[in-house]
Design a protein around this ligand. Structure first.
Ligand code: GLC
Length: 798
């Protein structure tokens, strides 16, 4: 960090009077007397881009974050000149630009203020950096709240905080620690029931101040680059999030197994240990789909090699694990050991693919293998070479997923824990220093890994997980939250981080269940598993420098709790897969914080613990030892207690009693929750039925179910099955309609319908208008089995 004295603060500079404007298709340019240009581009009616330069011209426009395949289009763009300002109007927002000083204000069409500049754009000439620090300050409204920003380990509502974006290896980080591993310069503001978003697409070190320094001011600034931000108008927070996710890109469907339970440790070796672990999962009948090999599988930590003493025949081991349903995931770090007898090092040297210091030699730093050089993943040729390195691991040995770590990039034994700032990067043909490329390095590594694994896994889907990421990384990879600690506070942090990542476009994320550093008690591990099965990525991992962290390292009640909750996750796989489908298609976050669910209710603005898993399941973890239940807040609507079946109406606080093997889980009334039978791994069973848990509602509710071949790309050719269920309940009738689309034939033919809280005694049942015969044996009033596909189910008391 640079101190103020070093910076020799010269004072801020501001745009002067606007001299005129010009319009060019979707953009409007404003020029000032002192060489500032503001370019406002309308991408959609509710998505505006603001770009400033102080040089009198713009540099080449390039971003790693923005998804170039996204489509744009707006309905209206009108520019008018008034006495003191210019006005740009779309069909959703009005943007005013002050003639005197280029300050901006944004309102909705009713004139309600959404966001306006305090000082607005300004900059400081930093001779330390030899360039500008670009700054923006916005006025903040009373009662305004702030959300988003990726993996921050702080309260969900960032009001009153200052955060820093600089990818950093933060072993055993703590609450409010800044910065962390990921960089997502995107926040959501909410005031007067309206939400908007700001995405500051600048990869230099950035800061965001949410009314921390000054009570009514929000500001953000970068130590270089351009003031370049996107404004997203809601007014629903859900629209802000989906627009942001659309802008920065969505992933492909993961293989279904990747949504199963994963087991990891630093490190499982030798081979006999790996088999002991996988064998124990099957013996104890705790479902598990993936086993991880951490750095010790390699020969001297050299990427793309194997320690043949520990793993004499990796291909055979991986194949045998696969027969037992385990997919093998291996770690690959960016540091390439300096060793002239190591082929990867030699190849990179021959091709000149390592990052260089400004004065010539390759950047050298210490990581696990000792002295290393580091590929420049911001060079497309390097990415292509890197992708090719996965051929043997994936095509030949049969590894199914790759885990990218230490890619902040982390360097040991140096104060900043990373590269010196003068290191040069290609930045896809926009050569720059590490100051600009640092935050994007990990994402470009994960991207290259993704390209490689995808190429060699084809026609199957790849699975990648990364520690460092910048906005948009979700296009290529899942992530985890790095080296957390086995403490109750970290369980609280994990819960917030996953909700935050979800509304920051990067939903496929999980924490190291149980904590990476230190040893969890059995109770803490149990409480963590109970939450972790509701996170999109679900993996136990630990540093291995303390006791063991497999479920059986704890008492038998912890084993039983683990089994019970992991089984629940496996039953809910079709529900989770449908959540994923909504995420990749519409950018809908898989986890929804309460404020996202009901932004009109001010009670939700400071809630941290409760969240929606998908659209219909409300989860609230237990975050304290010895709990017999907890106080929590139920949002709007009526909810079924999952364990007791009791209906509770929301927008109120309540005490929920739970036993040790439970956490508060509520199902939204009217929901239809699809469930598969418990399997020990995805694809273990060929089942001929699916369960639909139907929760009665007086009124209407829609649910969906997405299915496909669970792997491969046929879903892109229409071979998927999407059912929309429309439930309609009245005092004496329940009607469930099913609308199907897609060309995928589901392998089962039966529906097991579990009816919850039907308020009447059933007299007749009609399936597609045909009266179904039943007696008390085939139908007990609660469970109904239909042995064919149906479009309408009518259950009646009449
Ligand atoms: C880092 C990772 C951790 C991994 C370890 C050894 O600390 O965050 O997950 O186990 O390195 O590879």
């Amino acid at each position: 960090m640079i101190t103020n004295t070093e910076l020799e603060y010269k004072g801020d500079l501001f745009p002067s009077k606007v001299t005129g404007f010009s319009k060019d298709v979707d953009s409007v340019y404003f020029n000032t007397d002192n060489n500032v240009i503001l370019k406002i581009t309308v991408l959609r009616d509710s998505l505006l881009r603001f770009r400033y330069t102080t040089k009198g011209y713009f540099s080449k426009d390039f971003s790693y974050a923005i998804d170039k395949t996204q489509s744009h289009g707006f309905n209206a763009l009108e520019v008018t000149e008034e006495k003191n300002h210019y006005q740009i109007q779309t069909s959703k927002v009005i943007c005013k630009v002050q003639k005197a000083d280029l300050r901006i204000s944004l309102t909705d069409l009713d004139g309600q203020l959404i966001l306006d500049d305090e000082k607005g754009f300004h900059w400081e000439e930093s001779y330390h950096f030899g360039g500008n620090i670009v700054k923006m300050s916005k006025a903040s409204r009373d009662g305004e709240s702030f959300y988003g920003m990726g993996d921050k380990a702080s309260h969900a509502n960032l009001k009153g905080k200052r955060v820093e974006n600089w990818a950093m290896d933060q072993y055993a980080f703590h609450k409010d620690q800044e910065p962390l591993y990921k960089v997502v310069p995107f926040y959501i503001g909410l005031h007067h029931k309206e939400a908007y978003g700001i995405f500051f697409d600048n990869t230099f070190r950035t800061f965001f101040d949410f009314c921390h320094e000054r009570r009514n001011v929000t500001s953000f600034w970068a130590e270089g680059g351009e003031m370049n931000y996107y404004f997203i108008y809601g007014p629903a927070m859900s629209d802000v999030v989906t627009t942001y996710t659309h802008l920065t890109g969505k992933p492909e469907m993961p293989p279904l197994w990747a949504l199963g339970y994963h087991q990891c440790k630093w490190s499982y070796f030798p081979e006999s240990k790996v088999r002991e672990i996988t064998g124990k999962f099957r013996e104890l009948r705790i479902p598990c789909d993936a086993i991880y090999l951490d750095i010790d599988y390699m020969d001297g930590f050299r990427c793309f090699t194997w320690n043949k003493d520990y793993f004499p025949d990796p291909k055979k081991m991986v194949a045998e694990l696969a027969e037992d349903g385990f997919k093998t995931v291996v770690i690959i770090d960016p540091g390439i050991k300096i060793d002239k007898d190591y082929w990867v090092y030699q190849e990179a040297l021959d091709k000149d693919y390592f990052c260089k210091r400004a004065d010539g030699p390759y950047m050298k730093g210490k990581v696990w293998p000792g002295e290393c050089n580091f590929p420049d993943y911001t060079n497309p040729a390097v990415r292509e070479w890197w992708a090719g390195l996965f051929k043997e691991l994936i095509s030949d040995i049969g590894v199914k997923g790759v885990w990218n770590d230490m890619n902040e990039p982390a360097v040991m034994e140096v104060p900043g824990k990373t590269f010196p700032m003068d290191v040069r990067h290609d930045y896809d043909g926009n050569p720059c220093s590490h100051r600009k490329a640092h935050n994007i390095y990990g994402t470009q590594m994960a991207r290259a890994t993704y390209e490689g694994v995808k190429q060699f896994a084809y026609p199957k889907r790849p699975f990648i997980i990364t520690r460092s990421a910048y906005s948009g990384a979700q296009k290529y990879t899942s992530s985890w939250t790095g080296d957390n600690v086995a403490s109750w506070e970290h369980l609280w942090i994990a819960n917030i981080q996953m909700q935050r990542m979800s509304i920051s476009g990067m939903g496929f994320t999980g924490s190291d269940i149980g904590g990476f550093a230190e040893q969890p008690s059995g109770e803490l591990y149990a409480r963590w598993i109970q939450l972790g099965v509701f996170h999109p990525f679900c993996r136990t991992h630990s540093s291995g420098d303390h006791g063991d962290q497999e479920p059986w390292s704890f008492d038998v009640d912890v084993i039983d709790i683990t089994r019970k909750f992991v089984e629940l996750r496996y039953q809910l796989l079709p529900y989770l897969y449908t959540m994923f489908w909504e995420y990749i298609n519409d950018g809908v976050p898989m986890l929804k914080p309460l404020v996202y669910f009901d932004q009109e209710d001010p009670q939700t603005h400071y809630r941290t613990d409760e969240f929606l898993f998908g659209n219909h399941i409300l989860v609230c973890p237990i975050l304290e030892p010895n709990a017999q239940g907890r106080r929590m807040y139920l949002p709007i609507g009526n909810w079924y207690n999952y364990w007791t079946g009791e209906v509770v109406s929301g927008r109120k606080e309540l005490w929920v009693k739970t036993d040790y093997d439970q956490i508060p889980i509520f199902i939204k009334e009217g929901a239809i929750i699809p469930k598969y039978p418990v399997q020990q791994y995805v694809g273990e069973l060929q089942f001929d039925e699916i369960s639909l848990d139907v929760y009665f509602k007086l009124g209407k509710e829609n649910s969906s179910l997405y299915e496909d071949a669970q792997d491969g790309y046929d879903y892109n050719k229409g071979r998927y099955s999407l059912s929309t269920f429309r439930l309609k309940g009245s005092e004496k009738n329940l009607i469930v309609q099913q609308f199907k689309e897609g060309k995928y034939e589901v392998p089962y033919g039966k529906y097991r319908i579990n009816l919850h809280a039907l308020p009447f005694k059933v007299k007749r049942i009609y399936v597609d208008n045909e009266r179904a015969e039943f007696d008390t044996v085939s139908f007990d009033g609660k469970t109904l089995v239909i042995d064919k596909d149906f479009t309408e189910l009518h259950i009646t008391a009449e």
